[in-house]
Design a protein around this ligand. Structure first.
Ligand code: HEC
Length: 209
């Protein structure tokens, strides 16, 4: 039994070192990350937008968008994300300090969405993509999320959010297809996705469009 203390110490050290490497050291390095503040310019990044963005993030989670879309841009040394126009620089830990949960994603069946809101400012284009992916991009393998929209009778003015649909998708005269609250929150979240802001710890690799 003389070897017991040695075995016990060995097992304990293995777990302790594993825990230190996977939990404690990253917590020391990244746990206290704060937004970057430029007092002269009055510029703060990232900012916690909250509100509808948080609601939209929950819809993004519940609809499983992360199964096909990542939200992490790799640097030029590590892939062609920058050339593909997915971002102006690689993303770093500070970009995600207000994200809960963080949707880094592990599969890319569709484009990376880390900067989806920087590519378009038009909610219509996101509504279109969600309602009819194959209408937006022929041959798209993205599922359609029509249940996030509803058909209703036009009373008075047509809604500003009503989809412009033609052909068999168009609703009968007098009716319109509008996004539900969930779709509006989701699109609000997508529009908020812009991680191109300059950060001192990472070089800018592509010109801002
Ligand atoms: C089964 C995989 C899959 C799922 C799940 C999925 N997508 Fe997609 N998505 C794609 C593919 C493939 C494309 C590229 C073709 C296209 O634009 O339709 C795409 C394109 C997009 C685009 C256009 C991006 C760009 O920059 O051109 C957006 C925005 C988008 N998806 C958002 C979403 C959201 C939000 C969800 C969840 C509600 C979602 N996707 C779920 C596969 C998927």
């Amino acid at each position: 039994m003389k070897t017991f203390p040695a075995i016990f110490t060995g097992i304990f050290a293995t777990f302790a070192l594993g825990w230190a490497g996977a939990v404690m050291i990253p917590q020391f390095q990244l746990g206290g990350l704060q937004p970057q503040v430029d007092e002269e310019m009055g510029d703060i990044y990232p900012i916690n937008v909250g509100g509808v963005t948080d609601q939209g993030r929950r819809v993004y989670a519940s609809e499983g968008c992360f199964y096909c879309h990542s939200q992490q841009v790799r640097g030029k040394f590590d892939g062609s994300d920058i050339e593909r126009g997915w971002g102006g620089r690689r993303t770093v830990a500070r970009d995600y300090i207000y994200d809960d949960p963080i949707f880094l994603g592990s599969m890319r069946k569709g484009p990376d969405l880390a900067n989806a809101g920087a590519r378009t400012t038009k909610p219509e284009s996101f509504y279109r993509e969600l309602y009819d992916p194959r209408g937006a991009v022929p041959g798209s393998t993205m599922p359609s999320y029509r249940y996030l929209f509803t058909k209703r009778k036009i009373s008075g003015q047509r809604s500003v959010d009503a989809l412009d649909l033609a052909g068999p998708d168009a609703p009968e005269p007098g009716y319109e297809i509008v996004p539900t609250g969930e779709a509006k929150a989701l699109v609000g979240y997508l529009l908020s996705l812009d991680r191109n802001h300059a950060l001192k710890e990472v070089p800018q690799e592509a010109k801002k469009k």
